[in-house]
Design a protein around this ligand. Structure first.
Ligand code: THU
Length: 136
């Protein structure tokens, strides 16, 4: 399934809106994410930190959880928005959660406020991943 330019623009816009809502008083590192579901809906999430630092949840995982709560478990693509000159890739924990719900060839794209972007395929982010198939 191809993602249109209009969908890409909407994903970046919604990831930016989520970025502005990030709760990151400790790291001050705001992250927004937006994902396009297989049903063509866009869901978003931001990072939510905690005084007990280890309880922090990243933008990507909150975004995916939002879709699951809405009844959607299959995704086409995901955008990560930050205002960093060095584009922000998903952390290791998020890569594992992305693998659970995205196809290996799906594109994950980091974008920033300078309209720069970098894309990876899911299977590049986490090669030889442990997946639901390994449980069978
Ligand atoms: N963070 C994300 O939200 N996504 C990532 O992929 C990288 C890290 C958040 C977690 C924490 O709130 C802050 O960025 C600094 O690590």
């Amino acid at each position: 399934m191809t993602v249109t330019n209009e969908q890409k623009t909407a994903l970046i816009q919604q990831a930016k809106t989520a970025y502005k809502r990030a709760y990151a008083p400790y790291s001050k590192f705001h992250v927004g994410a937006a994902a396009l579901t297989k049903d063509q809906n866009i869901v978003s999430g931001c990072n939510v930190e905690n005084a007990s630092y280890g309880l922090t949840v990243c933008a990507e995982r909150n975004c995916i959880a939002q879709a699951v709560i809405n009844g959607e478990q299959q995704f086409q693509t995901l955008v990560i928005y930050t205002e960093q000159e060095k584009l922000t890739p998903p952390c290791g924990a998020c890569r594992q959660v992305i693998v659970e719900f995205f196809e290996p060839e799906a594109i994950i794209m980091a974008v920033n406020h300078l309209a720069q972007s970098k894309s990876w395929k899911v299977n590049e982010l986490l090669p030889s991943a442990f997946t639901p198939k390994d449980l069978i």
